[in-house]
Design a protein around this ligand. Structure first.
Ligand SMILES: C[S@@+](CC[C@H](N)C(=O)[O-])C[C@H]1O[C@@H](n2cnc3c(N)ncnc32)[C@H](O)[C@@H]1O
Length: 349
């Protein structure tokens, strides 16, 4: 990279919040959509008519779109979308990430540096005085909650069907879903296998939502619930599981906390049980965009979620499982079309 190019890259960072907000406005005020409706391009006045925006407002947004490569202009001054603009307009992953950044993170991110210094999610205080986002999740404003859940589910949903085929290769009678959240995995398991019993372990707020979701299902009596705060090392994991499932769960904790959780799982199971960890590891991704998103997600953990967790590197996670007495039986990398690796563990003989 030349010095000139490098200086430009540095300015992209310096002005990043402006371009983020301008991009949101271009989308939410219907400018991108109006442009997309005109494959041969659309002029300024026609855009003014179709969006109802002032000429001033449109010029500000269009110029931002031009220099950030969302929009291009032809020799007749007509605007059309670039491929980047198309992704902003209609790609689901981009939409989920932008809504998450906007609704869940943007305001709190002003407290990022304090969060690094304090090891606490200082940005969370814009929503309430909880020690971590998980205690407050069920009480977040509706829009924030919607963007949080869409972000969470978007990534794990794609991996679930492939993970299920792998988990149910072994006989599974009693599966503990630690951090089972709204019960999506529990429901999918009960549909997949007509005798498996699931116990969801989670904080009370999430358990209540899961219970409400599952109570209307025909398999409701096969699902039980166990309130637990795994940050409290004195709270033991109950015995009785032949399979322990943790999806996008351990990334909610710092390394000391993960070690403590793994130790409590070790104490709760026998040597025949299997433990599964489903995680998107930032080092092992098909695309640079996925790695970029995962490292970005770590910063959400710092500033909004809990101040001490992150998206992990495969080696970090595997080392923690070895340190707590597990052996890696198998590792299924990037299962299906997902970003996730499934680690299959059991107690080391
Ligand atoms: C990122 S969500 C993952 C949800 C789900 N397993 C999935 O794959 O989509 C993390 C879950 O861990 C739960 N959790 C976070 N901190 C916890 C704690 N201290 N004790 C118990 N559960 C906790 C949250 O309530 C949430 O349901």
């Amino acid at each position: 990279m030349s010095a000139r190019e490098a200086k430009y890259e540095a300015q992209k960072i310096a002005f990043a919040p402006f371009y983020f907000q301008a991009t949101l406005a271009l989308k939410e005020l219907g400018v991108l959509e109006s442009i997309a409706q005109h494959r041969a391009g659309i002029g300024l006045n026609a855009l003014k008519e179709s969006t109802g925006l002032s000429l001033y407002g449109l010029k500000i947004l269009l110029e931002a779109g031009l220099v950030s490569n969302l929009i291009e202009q032809d020799a007749h001054q007509k605007y059309s979308l670039t491929i980047v603009g198309q992704f902003i307009r209609s790609d689901r992953m981009t939409e989920v990430n932008m809504n998450f950044t906007k609704d869940v993170c943007y305001e709190g991110l002003a407290h990022f540096k304090e969060s690094i210094i304090e090891g606490k999610p200082e940005g969370l205080k814009v929503f309430g005085n909880w020690p971590t986002v998980y205690e407050g999740l069920s009480q977040l404003p509706e829009k924030v909650k919607k963007s949080w859940f869409e972000f969470d589910h978007f990534y794990s949903d794609d991996a679930f069907p492939f993970a299920m085929d792998l988990v149910f290769k072994e006989p599974v009678k009693q599966l503990f879903d630690i951090g089972g959240n709204t019960g999506k995995w529990a429901k999918a398991c009960c549909r997949y296998n007509n005798s498996v019993r699931i116990k969801i372990l989670d904080l009370p707020g999430q358990l209540a939502v899961a219970q409400q979701n599952i109570s209307v299902e025909s398999f409701a009596e096969r699902v039980s619930y166990h309130e637990i705060d795994l940050l409290d090392a004195s709270q033991a994991i109950p015995k009785g599981a032949d399979t322990v499932w943790m999806s996008q769960f351990l990334d909610c904790f710092g390394t000391d906390e993960i070690l403590s959780i793994l130790q409590r799982i070790y104490a709760a199971i026998d040597e025949h049980a299997f433990v599964y960890i489903l995680e998107p590891f930032w080092n092992n991704q098909r695309f640079p965009a996925s790695r970029f998103c995962l490292v970005g997600t770590s910063m959400y953990f710092t500033c909004i979620a809990n101040g001490n967790s992150k998206m992990y590197h495969t080696d970090e996670m595997e080392q923690m499982t070895v340190d707590t007495g597990f052996e890696l039986v198998d590792s299924f990398e990037l299962i299906g079309d997902s970003y996730h690796t499934l680690l299959k563990l059991r107690k080391k003989m």
